[in-house]
Design a protein around this ligand. Structure first.
Ligand code: FES
Ligand code: FES
Length: 190
């Protein structure tokens, strides 16, 4: 009995050893995830860095981080144009532009449009008394700035191609203001 018990114990010990030899190796320890590199961009001629989610829309960075609240949130899906800013001079829906895509570019918001004097588009907007509630107007003005850069003497079709929406229906005054701004810009050589 004693011999049989000793044999069984030896067999169990051998089985355990062979099981531990066959066991899967412990997973290698992973290095902790590195935070994404900061994204650099220029806004109204000043450098800024974003260290958060690279997919966050530029609109949130402007409004929530920098408190540049002239740029408005309307639809959030690229349809209304309330969030329009200039990216390298081109009218862009900032609700649709991830920070990753904005990095390395130059952004102008309504707060940065005026430099030493009102931009001709701002001046024309005042002279034509365009705004009603005002919510869409920053986007409308920046869309007009982009248009006049591309078409210094815009026709009706050019103006109609602007897709920014205005719930107050200020479209007739927007048209007149764009034409006035074109005249002002030519007179001012801008
Ligand atoms: S909020 Fe960006 S297009 Fe409407
Ligand atoms: S002025 Fe009110 S939405 Fe355009």
């Amino acid at each position: 009995m004693i011999r049989a018990g000793a044999c069984a114990a030896a067999e169990i010990a051998e089985n355990r050893m062979s099981q531990s030899e066959n066991a899967a190796p412990a997973p290698a320890k992973r290095a902790p995830a590195q935070p994404p590199a900061p994204l650099a961009l220029s806004i109204n001629d000043k450098p800024y860095y974003h260290e958060g989610d690279p997919q966050m829309p530029l609109l949130w960075f402007l409004r929530d981080t920098l408190r540049l609240t002239g740029t408005k949130y309307g639809c959030g899906v690229g349809a209304c144009g309330a969030c329009t800013v200039l990216v390298d001079g081109k009218a862009t829906r900032s609700c649709m532009l991830p920070m990753q895509a904005a990095a390395g570019h130059s952004v102008t918001t309504i707060e940065g449009l005026e430099t030493d004097a009102l931009h001709p588009v701002q001046q024309a907007w005042i002279e034509e008394d365009v705004a009603q509630c005002g919510y869409c107007q920053a986007g409308q003005i920046l869309a007009a700035v982009d248009l006049l850069k591309r078409r210094p003497k815009p026709g009706e079709d050019d103006i109609s191609a602007i897709t920014n929406l205005c719930r107050c229906g200020t479209y007739p005054r927007i048209r007149k203001a764009i034409l006035r701004a074109a005249a002002l810009a030519q007179g001012q050589g801008k």
